[in-house]
Design a protein around this ligand. Sequence first.
Ligand code: AMP
Length: 414
Amino acid sequence: MTISECNFAGKKAIVRVDFNVPLQDGKITDDTRIRGALPTLKHILEQGGALIIMSHMGKPKGKVKPELSLGQIKDAVAEALGAPVAFAPDCAKAQEAAAALKPGEVLLLENLRYYPEEEGKPVGVEKGTPEYDEAKKEMKERQKEFAKTLASYADLYVMDAFGTAHRKHASTAVIADYFDADHKMLGFLMEKEVKAVDAVLSDIKRPFIAIMGGSKVSSKIGIIENLLGKVDKLILCGGMTYTFAKAHGGEIGNSIVELDKLDVALGVEELAKKNNVELVMAPDAVAADAFANDANTQVCPANAIPEGWEGLDAGPEAQKLFADAIKGCKTILWNGPAGVFEFDNFTAGSRAIGEAIAEATANGAFSLIGGGDSVACVTKFGLTDKVSYISTGGGALLEAIEGKVLPGIAAIKG
Ligand code: AMP
């Protein structure tokens, strides 16, 4: 069943969205994820359906944490939907509130991750012990019960949380077992995200470049190795620059580094060579004498950072190199900033990348931006309308690009 085929009139739909929005003092600082879910939510209400909205927020790890309550965003959701929203303060005890819902009404459930059953990971038991295996088995059973409870609230299940579609959680995948094929579907946001990934993978216009930044090599090694089998060029930037520099015996001062990943870095270089992929890395850095926006700075080679200094951004030579590598490309994937872009004085590397992507897009390239930080960069530089597609997923997007079947999609499509 697709969402367009479904008739929601008089039906209750439970919709998994990703409302894990950034908050500061209880106020939403970026509502991209709420806006992303609106097409699905409004469609259901306009057809005369009732909505039960569920999401996680942050990582409460199975405990009630008031600072991660979805109650904080209830009014913002109501305003975005243009409809009043009722709140269920316990997501596993919302039977009555759900049963009372009338067509056009909305119920928002409290943070799903207040219950460890949502993620299905045992708590308080150490991994690798026999107790863990036993606890895991038990937790999987509890997860099924939790998913069944959520499912009992509604006639239809809609999965529209791309940001968590790579997780096999109660609300993103297990719940789908309690609906038959005619009563579960992907939402519009999921459909759009899947189409964007397909656009990159099924019809790659070359040259294809990926730009991978961020703080660490270790968290992205899987996707980096995978991309080396797909792309023509790969820019590796941000904090991981210094693990590569160190692997070649460079001086990196206080720069961020993963000393246990030096061989991994060398392995990446070897694989790039073997696959004929042009690997582009920063020859120079903007180094700072403190991890602060107002630190003193100097430009130096990325492999000759003086003691007491740390590379916080790509240098001017690197910026030009990155921009030149991007400009002639026809397919572009960007995940992770080239520097500590949160500090205004260290945004130049990421800005150079963003602007080059915008220029390539204007010349006909398909550009896909994913991951909270790269999306924040594009927004910060005013380039939102100048790239082809901005994904709401980070990890999910990368796993989809790796060719993995996301559990949240498999649960619906089989
Ligand atoms: P990740 O979560 O691995 O995608 O990394 C994103 C973070 O990497 C951002 O918060 C950036 O501030 C940070 N980052 C980028 N470049 C550097 C750098 N040279 N040193 C320290 N952190 C960095």
